[in-house]
Design a binder for this molecule. Sequence first.
Ligand code: PHE
Length: 506
Amino acid sequence: TLPKEIKIEGKSYQTDEWMNTPSSILSAIPRRLHLQPDHPLTITRKLIESRFPGYKTHNDLFPIVTTGQNFDSLGFPLDHIGRSRTDTYYLNKETVLRTHTSAHQADTFRNNETEGYLISADVYRRDAIDRSHYPIFHQMEGARTWDRQQAEKEGKTLAQVIWDDVARIPKHDVAVEDPNPTFHAERNPLQATHSPEEVEAIAAHLKRSLEDMVVTIFNAAKGATDTGPASDNEPLKVRWVEAYFPFTSPSWEVEVFWQGDWLEVLGCGIVSQPILNNASVPNRVGWAFGIGLERIAMLLYSIPDIRLFWSKDTRFLSQFSEQKPIRRFVPFSKYPACFKDVSFWLRSSSSAAGGAAPIHPPATPAAPTKQSPTSTQTQCPDAPLDHASVAANSASLPPSTAAMPEAAGPAANTSPIPPAAPAPIPPSSSSFHENDVMEIAREVCGDLVEDVRLTDEFVHPKTGRRSMCYRINYRSLERTLTNEETNQLHEQLRALLVERLGVELR
Ligand code: PHE
């Protein structure tokens, strides 16, 4: 049923058995929300860009890249979960929709146009459905490098040159916790070709630059939320925590204490030297970071549902302006939710004990609510809910960078460029993965599905077959869905689960 060849913005791609990208995703590519005037993602992007003067911005890099760009050039091990067809959209074995802006690191370093750059772009990942996850989101990548030979010519050490630049970063007065030493021999090692003096200087430049950006953003967000009494006048706090990425070492994450919780805001680190060496700039060393724009925009504006970014409804769009100060988003309405369950037996081949497909445990059991039925037959409420329930529902946020999970195998960041090898994870149609249920729900419902979660799972003691029950929350952001409409969607969903996954409905 999938087309042999697809054309995207004038470029043609041959598909093969790796193709798993639905047309709904392909047709969203031209939207480029981060470039749309007065869009909250555009405003967020510009706010961040304003803290990196002199950095060259790349905001329209094409989203279809090779697996070499997205994974190999960055040292992803061949068994990294991010490479699997359950997590990544493929057009063919060698061609993917980029899963992160880091896909452009090597090429941008190779062009060697400026010492610093920022890349903002749409990125694509097969993932769960809820108010903070959408298969397309936006990231900004930043990097800054210095040239050892250039420093030598100036008669300085590289560390001196970098410390001079550190001194030029604006100062802030926010409390920062940074208890760990810059290196940790096992978890966060110094790279073989780096000197501790250099990396201490680069780390200081990275940390002061990102603190400046984060403090700017969260002060703007504070201005937007400080409308009522001085209830949340807690001073801003920032902390540095150790992290792991295949393409940086040492690596860190920034967390911000925001409305009572530590929030992960971005990932970063010292660029793996082999990336720079392979990009023909072996004399350069530096840092890189990646940040998820939706999460920042949702915090800045108190936007409660990630689907809203895709809305063309003027009740959403008219609330944002590049000219005006940031103000809290006022939800125009919360239309009623309609919950429906679907239960099915997995095909016996995929329910065998110890099957290859990981099945994610239900994160939290579905909270019982007034609308929460126990069967698929429940009627949906037909009156919009009041605004109070909107506020109560606005706690979840997308991940900071939506960082990809680590490889199953041992960390392989000592040798970032793996040898050319055959396809790491062969396409498989026999194993069940939850993301396939998510994909089918999106295909049937588009943006009319708010979340999908596993509410029950068990293995039959005699037959060994596995049963799953998912609860679908049908809700439009723009209107009240009719009973007939949700029933129809649900029937289509059930049919497609059988057709695509070969499950047996219960
Ligand atoms: N690309 C990483 C992600 O998507 C973020 C990152 C960028 C981390 C650059 C370190 C350096 O999670």
